[in-house]
Design a protein around this ligand. Structure first.
Ligand SMILES: [Zn+2]
Length: 169
């Protein structure tokens, strides 16, 4: 950084400022957006009755790479982790529940990471969402356990999505 020429450093600083000013969070699904809504929520061709809940915006990138999913998303902002003091209230679960009725949601796919925290979050969501009349599913196994969705290859992730199963409570 210290060896960077001054004009280059200024350009970098300006692009960081631009990024901070332009990018905000979608008011529906909380992924990155340049306006009020992200490109998924504002795309009328995407199926609004299916929501895929993920931990972080980069998981959406991984799912989009598969080309298998045409619904909408919801970024939870992490996973339940008692060790790190993250409970359900720290995640955007209330916001997800608030979307179900107005958007006519029929299915929520819980695509949290295949880790202990991700599984705990999935079971919690199955219990919290089912009373609202939606089917709660989870991508099939086959994803590397303990891994991160973000790093799964698109074929594996695509198959896991296709083979999703309803979560038991
Ligand atoms: Zn959105």
């Amino acid at each position: 950084m210290l060896r960077t020429p001054r004009d280059e450093a200024l350009r970098l600083a300006q692009s960081i400022i631009d990024l901070k000013e332009k990018v905000s969070f979608c008011r529906h699904c909380y992924t990155f957006a340049e306006g009020e809504l992200c490109r998924f929520c504002s795309d009328g061709r995407r199926d609004p009755t299916t929501i895929c809940a993920v931990e972080a915006p980069q998981d959406i990138v991984a799912i989009e790479r598969t080309g298998e999913y045409r619904g909408r998303y919801h970024v939870l902002g992490g996973a339940i982790s008692p060790l790190q003091g993250i409970g359900p209230d720290e995640l955007r679960i209330k916001e997800l529940i608030a979307r179900l009725q107005p958007e006519g949601v029929k299915e929520v796919i819980v695509a949290t990471n295949p880790t202990v925290e991700g599984e705990v979050t999935a079971s919690y969501l199955a219990q919290a969402l089912r009373p609202h009349g939606v089917v709660v599913t989870r991508p099939a196994s086959g994803l590397p356990v303990g891994g991160d969705l973000e790093y799964a290859d698109e074929v594996t992730l695509g198959r896991a999505l296709e083979g999703r199963r309803e979560l038991a409570t």
